[in-house]
Design a protein around this ligand. Structure first.
Ligand code: C5P
Length: 220
C-alpha cells in the first residue's frame, strides 16, 4: 500500500482540546472533538505503525492496539509529548491546544461576587509544545495543524516556520460542515519548498489516510 513505509514506525499523535482549569470544577476549552487525531491513530496503526496517542478527550474509543495516554491540560500534554518525542519517528500534533490559561488556579470553587456583576479573568499564554521541541528534533518528522477562521493559508504558512514543523495541515474551522466536532474535514497540506496539496471534503479517516500517504513518501 501507499503507507508501507510507515510499518513499524513510531508515531506519536495528540488529539482533542486541552482544558485549562480556573478552579476544581471549571475550565476553559475549545470545540475540538479529537476525531481527527483518533482517525490518524487508527489509520497509522492499521498500516503497521507503533502508535502512541496522547488524548485530551475520553469521549472516543481508543483504536485497537494503540497505546493511549490521557491528559487534560497543556502542561500535562507537554510532559507526555516530551516523554515520548525522543523515540518517535513522526509527531502529529492534531490536538487543539489551549493558547491561554488562567494566571491563577483557585483551590476552591470561585464564589459569585457580591459587589459586582462582572468577573474579570486574567489569562496568560500557554507554553507552545511544538515550539518547545524546535531544538530537540533529531530526525523526527513533525506535523502541526492550523485551525483558522480567516486568512487560512497565510496563517498556516507562518506556522510552518514559527513552529519548526515539516508539515502544517490547515483547516478552516469557520465552516460548520467540516473541522471541529464533525466527522468530515477538508484540508490543505503545507510543506517548506513544496507546492501545497489540497484535500477536499472527506470523512476524517480518508483525510488521515491521504495526509499519512504524503508523510509516508518522505520515509519511502
Ligand atoms: O498557534 P496555534 O494554536 O494556531 O498552532 C496550532 C498548532 O500548534 C497545532 O498543531 C497545535 O497542536 C500546536 N500547539 C502547541 N502548543 C500550544 C498551542 C498550539 O503545540 N500551546
Amino acid at each position: 500500500s501507499n503507507l508501507a513505509s510507515l510499518k513499524n514506525k513510531k508515531i506519536l499523535i495528540t488529539a482533542g482540546g486541552t482544558r485549562e482549569y480556573l478552579d476544581p470544577v471549571r475550565y476553559i476549552s475549545n470545540r475540538s472533538s479529537g476525531k481527527m487525531g483518533y482517525a490518524f491513530a487508527e489509520v497509522a496503526q492499521t498500516a503497521g505503525a507503533e502508535v502512541t496517542l496522547i488524548s485530551a478527550t475520553k469521549q472516543l474509543a481508543a483504536p485497537n492496539g494503540v497505546k493511549v495516554i490521557y491528559v487534560e491540560t497543556v502542561t500535562e500534554m507537554m510532559t507526555a509529548v516530551h516523554n515520548n518525542f525522543d523515540k518517535a519517528d513522526i509527531l502529529i500534533m492534531a490536538a487543539a491546544v489551549s493558547d491561554y490559561q488562567p494566571v491563577q488556579f483557585e483551590n476552591h470553587k470561585i464564589k459569585k461576587a457580591t459587589q459586582s456583576d462582572k468577573l474579570i479573568l486574567e489569562l496568560q499564554e500557554t507554553p507552545d509544545i511544538l515550539k518547545s521541541l524546535k531544538n530537540l528534533h533529531t530526525n523526527q518528522f513533525v506535523v502541526g495543524f492550523a485551525a483558522e477562521t480567516e486568512d487560512l493559508l497565510n496563517n498556516a504558512k507562518g506556522k510552518l516556520r514559527a513552529k519548526g514543523a515539516d508539515m502544517i495541515v490547515a483547516n478552516d474551522v469557520s465552516r460548520h460542515d467540516i473541522g471541529f466536532d464533525v466527522d468530515e474535514n477538508a484540508v490543505t497540506i503545507l510543506q517548506p519548498n513544496e507546492p501545497n496539496i489540497q484535500i477536499s471534503k472527506e470523512n476524517k479517516k480518508v483525510i488521515a489516510k491521504k495526509v499519512l500517504e504524503v508523510i509516508a513518501k518522505r520515509f519511502a
